[in-house]
Design a protein around this ligand. Structure first.
Ligand code: GLC
Ligand code: CA
Length: 565
C-alpha cells in the first residue's frame, strides 16, 4: 500500500455551533475555535474537520448552504476563516471543510433563480417536475427527515425534489454545468489552504434514470429513499470526475460519508486511486436500524459492537483505510450508546477509547468524546432542535407509542445529544458561552468538563492523550498504522480483543467491559510458538497483566500489550 501523509494522523471533528463561543451570543464561532487550537494541539490531533460554517439559514444546522463562498456571519467572517487556517497550520494542523453538494439551501441564489425561471438554466440545477392536476406526486419517495420528497417550487406550477428537508433541494448532478460549479468551489477552497473535505451524504447524488414509485413500506404510502438509491447506477462517473478535476490536482484529503455503498464497491471508493482517501466505517451506526423508524431500532451492546468492528475489518481487509469513530454530530454519544448504564464508568470509557482508537484506520474524535461526554436527558419534545428527531418523535407517536415511550426512545438516538455545548469547565453554561447557549447544555458539565480533567493523570482526557501518543510512538507506529487487524479467538461476553500485527511486532489490544475479571488465552506467534507474556504499553488504571500464555483483565480493564515469546 502506498503510504500517505495522513495515515499516521489523528482527526478531530468540530461542530462549530457548539464548540466555543467567543462573543457571548450563545453560538460557537471561528474565533472560539481559534482560541482552543492550543488545547487541540496539546491533545495531539492533526486534522480538524469543521461541520459546515458556510452561509446558511441553519434549517439543518448548516447542512443547507445558501452561499458556498461565504462564511455565515454567526460563525464569523472569511478573515476569521483565513486566520483559523493559518493558525492551525502554524501548529502543524490542517483544516477540512464539509462538502455538502447533494443539495443546497432553498435560499441559495440558484434556487431563487430556478423559481423565477424554471425553464431557464438554473431550473436545470435541480430536479423539477410538472405538478399533476390531480395532485399525484412524481414518486412516492419518503424524505430522510419525513414526508414526501417533493414540494412546490414557489411561484410555479412545478415540484422540486429533496431527499432531505424541504429546505434542502437536491442538486442535479446529471447537469455538467452544475458539476463544474461544484468543482470550481472545491478548487477555490483548496486554494485557501485547507487540507481537504469531509464529503456529506454523497451516495445520494446519483438517482435512477427513470423516476418511479416503489412499494410503500409504511402506512404513509411512501417508500424509503434506499430503494431508489439501490437502483441508481453509475455514481462512479461523477465521483471519478470530481476526484480527477477537483481533488487530485491538490492532492486533497477526502473522507466520504458513505452509507449504502453497493456490494463490492469498496475498492472503487477507497482502494488504490479510489474516489476518496477514506470513508467512515458506519457499521455501528447501521446496526439495529429499522424501516419503521427510530423508535423500532435495536440497541447495541458490547458483543454486537465487537461483531460490527470485526465484520468491518473482514470486509475491508487491506483494500484501504476506514475512518473510525464512536460518535459524530448525527449520532448519540458513544459512551451512552455503546456502554449501558450498568457498565458506564471512566474505566469503561477508556476501554472503549482504546478498542476503537487502535483499530486499523484513521481515528476521528468527536468534540467532547475525549472527556467522556454523555447523552443528555431531554425532558420534552419542545426541547428538541434537530429536525430529524422531531420527525422521528412524530413517527413514533403515530405508531402508537405514548409520549413518554416516544420521548425515551427518540431522545436516546437524538442528534441533539452530540450537539450540546462543549463542556469546558464547571462555570455557568459549561464555560462555552457567557450568553444564552443556543442549545441547553448537559447539566452533568459540573462533573464532566475539560478543566477538571486537564491536569488529572487518571482522567479520560489524559487517557486519550496517552492513546494518541502511543499510536504515534515511533517504536510502534508502523504496527498501529499499517499492521494487520486480527480478531482474538478468545473474546467472551463483554470482551473485545484483537491483535495488530506487523512483520516485527504483535500488539494485543483488549478491553473487558464487564465488572468480572476475565482471562484470555494469548495467541500464537508466526512460527507457531505461544506468546508467554508481554510488555504492557498502556493500561487504564485497572489491573491487567500477561503471564503464562494468558492475559488477565480485572473488571473494566483495558490493556495494550506488546506480546513476547
Ligand atoms: C449528513 C450530515 C447530516 C445532515 C445530512 C444532510 O448526513 O452529516 O448532519 O443532516 O447529511 O446534509
Ligand atoms: Ca458567537
Amino acid at each position: 500500500m502506498e503510504k500517505k501523509w495522513w495515515h499516521d494522523k489523528v482527526a478531530y471533528q468540530i461542530y462549530p455551533k457548539s464548540f466555543m463561543d467567543s462573543n457571548g451570543d450563545g453560538i460557537g464561532d471561528l474565533q472560539g475555535i481559534i482560541s482552543r487550537l492550543d488545547y487541540l494541539k496539546d491533545l495531539g490531533v492533526d486534522i480538524l474537520w469543521l461541520s459546515p460554517i458556510y452561509k446558511s439559514p441553519l434549517a439543518d444546522e448548516g447542512y443547507d448552504i445558501s452561499d458556498y463562498y461565504a462564511i455565515d456571519p454567526r460563525f464569523g467572517s472569511m478573515q476569521d476563516m483565513e486566520e483559523l487556517i493559518a493558525e492551525a497550520k502554524k501548529r502543524g494542523m490542517t483544516v477540512l471543510m464539509d462538502l455538502v453538494v447533494n443539495h443546497c439551501s432553498d435560499e441559495h441564489e440558484w434556487f431563487k433563480k430556478a423559481c423565477e425561471d424554471p425553464d431557464g438554466q438554473y431550473g436545470k440545477y435541480f430536479y423539477l417536475r410538472d405538478k399533476d392536476p390531480e395532485g399525484k406526486l412524481p414518486t412516492n419517495w419518503r424524505s430522510y427527515f419525513g414526508g414526501p420528497c417533493w414540494d412546490e417550487l414557489p411561484g410555479t406550477d412545478k415540484l422540486y425534489l429533496h431527499v432531505f428537508h424541504r429546505k434542502q433541494p437536491d442538486l442535479n448532478w446529471e447537469n455538467p454545468q452544475l458539476r463544474e460549479e461544484v468543482y470550481k468551489n472545491i478548487r477555490w477552497w483548496m486554494e485557501k489552504g485547507i487540507g481537504g473535505f469531509r464529503i456529506d451524504a454523497i451516495i445520494n447524488i446519483k438517482k435512477p434514470a427513470v423516476f418511479h414509485d416503489y412499494p410503500a413500506d409504511r402506512d404513509d404510502g411512501l417508500s424509503s429513499v434506499d430503494n431508489m438509491l439501490m437502483e441508481a447506477e453509475g455514481i462512479g462517473e461523477f465521483l471519478g470526475e470530481m476526484r480527477d478535476k477537483a481533488f487530485a490536482p491538490y492532492d486533497a484529503f477526502t473522507v466520504g460519508e458513505v452509507f449504502n455503498e453497493k456490494e463490492g464497491d469498496l475498492p472503487l471508493f477507497i482502494g488504490e486511486n479510489g474516489y476518496f482517501s477514506t470513508m467512515f466505517d458506519f457499521s455501528v451506526e447501521l446496526y439495529g436500524r429499522s424501516g419503521k423508524g427510530w423508535f423500532d431500532m435495536k440497541r447495541i451492546d458490547i458483543d454486537a459492537f465487537r461483531n460490527c468492528m470485526f465484520g468491518a475489518h473482514e470486509k475491508i481487509g487491506d483494500i484501504g483505510f476506514y475512518s473510525t469513530i464512536i460518535e459524530n454530530h448525527d449520532e448519540p454519544r458513544g459512551a451512552s450508546r455503546l456502554l449501558s448504564d450498568e457498565i458506564r464508568c471512566d474505566a469503561s470509557k477508556k476501554a472503549l477509547a482504546a478498542v476503537y482508537f487502535l483499530r486499523r484506520g484513521l481515528p476521528f474524535i468527536y468534540q467532547g468524546q475525549e472527556i467522556g461526554m454523555e447523552n443528555k436527558k431531554i425532558r420534552s419534545v419542545q426541547e428538541l432542535d434537530d429536525i430529524s428527531s422531531i420527525d422521528s418523535y412524530e413517527v413514533a407517536r403515530r405508531a402508537g407509542l405514548t409520549n413518554e415511550e416516544a420521548l425515551e426512545t427518540i431522545t436516546f438516538h437524538s442528534r441533539d445529544n452530540a450537539r450540546t455545548p462543549m463542556q469546558w469547565s464547571d462555570e455557568e453554561h459549561a464555560g462555552f458561552t457567557t450568553g444564552d447557549p443556543w442549545l441547553r447544555e448537559n447539566p452533568n458539565y459540573r462533573q464532566i468538563n475539560v478543566q477538571e480533567q486537564l491536569g488529572r493523570e487518571d482522567s479520560v482526557l489524559s487517557y486519550y492523550k496517552k492513546l494518541i501518543a502511543l499510536r504515534k510512538d515511533p517504536a510502534y507506529k508502523d504496527t498501529f498504522v499499517y499492521g494487520d487487524f486480527v480478531p482474538a479467538e478468545d473474546c467472551g461476553h463483554n470482551v473485545i480483543a484483537y491483535l495488530r500485527k506487523s512483520k516485527e511486532q504483535t500488539i494485543l489490544v483488549a478491553g473487558n467491559f464487564g465488572a468480572q475479571d476475565v482471562s484470555l488465552k494469548l495467541p500464537r506467534g508466526a512460527d507457531g510458538s505461544a506468546f508467554k507474556g508481554g510488555k504492557l504499553l498502556l493500561d487504564n488504571g485497572k489491573e491487567a497483566y500477561a503471564e503464562d500464555g494468558r492475559l488477565h483483565l480485572a473488571g473494566f480493564a483495558a490493556a495494550v500489550v506488546l506480546l513476547e515469546a
